[in-house]
Design a protein around this ligand. Structure first.
Ligand SMILES: Cc1cc2nc3c(=O)[nH]c(=O)nc-3n(C[C@H](O)[C@H](O)[C@H](O)COP(=O)(O)OP(=O)(O)OC[C@H]3O[C@@H](n4cnc5c(N)ncnc54)[C@H](O)[C@@H]3O)c2cc1C
Length: 462
């Protein structure tokens, strides 16, 4: 078996593996090898449906050293007034350029595409079947922990009878005109995008049926804008979130307070949502989603027959001439966590809520500290992917612990202050700190931190 040496072997060249490698190059002299089963870097973005966009601003997504987009504010469309959101094609092209122009050009990175990691540094080239041993001098970095399930490649968990048209959203633009009715399966961001794509491309709301197994809480995008121009909106939202976390008497009460504060939104005011996956939408997008009136709430779909739809909690008649759009892939398959720094391994996970690339980059910086794994792990409590409001609170506790730990470490604090992926910090750094109204916001946040954290912990344990 052939072999070669490297300092870090990164398994998975998706967004997190690339962000880790990029930050490691900037903060060390290490040699890095990335392997991926795919033929290109960028992970799931290479197979994304054509109308996907980031749901958070581009300006704090990707790798630290290369900007994505121009932080322009959209002047039209459903994201009007907010910072630009890169399309899936733009994100994929960006990651290809990151690999070519930044990582490989450094002379310190080797990329093995179409190569599967078998375990312990052994890899198999998928075309030649040749295996190679990669001797890892420092650590193996598992960048698959946050691997995404997507409709194009996932394994469907329901049966589709012969003659029924059921497609992933990747083919919607080619197949939609062949049908008179559409049924969207699933209630995540992909399903929302598919509903909006149909409406924006001329479908009548009456042609659309939506199977929503559990209603989602959605985050209002107005509160995730990173520039100082949005300071009062953004940090005003953080103040209201802290108030909700401080005052809430129960999980439902917390969700209601988040909704009253305008931070969270739901499809139907009469239906209490059951999931919180962090889908982020604007008010105009929500208004479009609410145009769909035919919503089936009978749990997950199990069977699709030409004239009948079988669901966990019942069945209903299927409309004739329906195109089913499968949006049921679970974007993040896991909700558990593992120690991040563990002997000869690093298991990349989120350490800031809903910020996978910032997290991966910061983990590279933490790795370069000359400290023990115990100290490194104390700076990196893993944040599970959220499923319900309860798990959102658990994640908020871990998020708050990390924010506090970083604020106590001058090296980490200063790295974050210069990292372009720190979208939340940017608005606070660039704003005029001598403005009394700005000072009042910071004072309010400082006052609430301790009681909000205490109540958060109580809610998380309930
Ligand atoms: C539709 C959509 C929109 C999103 N929008 C945003 C957003 O706006 N902002 C945001 O922060 N996040 C967003 N996300 C989250 C996004 O998924 C993550 O930011 C990120 O792309 C996940 O990257 P990853 O590297 O963890 O996983 P992946 O992209 O899944 O990459 C993992 C890679 O590991 C490889 N691999 C797995 N096993 C092996 C093996 N044994 N050997 C070799 N290679 C292997 C796979 O081939 C894959 O390429 C979005 C996600 C989706 C699905």
């Amino acid at each position: 078996m052939d072999s070669f040496e490297t300092d870090y072997l990164v398994v998975g060249a998706g967004a997190t593996g690339l962000a880790f490698a990029d930050a490691l190059l900037s903060t060390s002299d290490a040699h890095v090898t990335l392997v991926d089963r795919r033929d290109k870097p960028g992970g799931h973005w290479n197979d994304a449906y054509p109308f996907v966009r980031l749901h958070q601003p581009s300006s704090y997504y990707g790798v630290p050293s290369q900007s994505l987009g121009h932080a322009r504010v959209d002047q039209c469309g459903l994201n009007k007034g907010f910072e630009e959101l890169a399309s899936g094609q733009e994100v994929a092209a960006y990651f290809h350029a990151v690999m070519r122009d930044r990582l490989l050009a450094s002379g310190r990175v080797r990329f093995l595409p179409m190569t599967e990691h078998l375990g312990d540094g052994d890899v198999r080239q998928l075309l030649s079947n040749k295996t190679t041993r990669i001797n890892v001098r420092r650590r193996l970095v598992d960048a698959r922990v946050c691997e995404n399930g997507i409709p194009l490649t996932h394994h469907r968990k329901f049966q589709v009878a012969d003659g029924v048209a059921c497609i992933p959203p990747n083919f919607l633009q080619h197949r939609a005109h062949e049908h008179g009715n559409f049924t969207i399966l699933g209630a995540g961001k992909t399903a929302m995008d598919s509903v909006i794509w149909l409406l924006e491309n001329g479908a009548d709301p009456a042609q659309i049926r939506w199977v929503v197994p559990r209603d989602p809480w959605m985050i209002n995008r107005a509160f995730s804008q990173p520039s100082a121009a949005f300071f009062h909106q953004n940090y005003g939202g953080t103040v209201r979130q802290m108030e909700a976390l401080k005052e809430a008497a129960s999980i439902d009460d917390l969700a209601d307070r988040m909704e009253s504060a305008g931070l969270w939104m739901r499809l139907d005011p009469a239906v209490r949502p059951g999931i919180m996956h962090g889908a982020t939408v604007s008010l105009p997008e929500l208004a479009r989603l609410r145009e769909v009136r035919d919503i089936i709430r009978m749990g997950h779909v199990e069977t699709i027959e030409p004239d009948r739809l079988g669901l966990v909690d019942g069945s209903c008649r299927a409309k004739v001439d329906t195109l089913y759009v499968d949006c049921t892939a679970r974007a993040l398959g896991h909700t558990g966590t593992w120690p991040i720094f563990n002997d000869d391994r690093i298991a990349l996970q989120m350490i800031r809520i809903y910020q996978p690339t910032f997290s991966a980059a910061l983990l590279a910086k933490i790795e370069t500290l000359s400290d023990s794994d115990k100290v490194k792990n104390a700076l990196a409590t893993p944040i599970p992917m959220t499923d319900t409001v309860q798990s959102w609170v658990v994640s908020q506790v871990a998020h708050a612990k990390n924010q506090f730990a970083w604020s106590q470490n001058p090296e980490i604090k200063s790295w974050i202050q210069t990292c372009r992926l720190d979208g939340f910090g940017r608005a606070a750094r660039d704003v005029d700190r001598s403005d009394p109204e700005v000072q009042a916001v910071f004072a309010r946040l400082k006052d609430m931190w301790v009681p909000a954290f205490a109540n958060m912990q109580a809610l998380a344990a309930a």
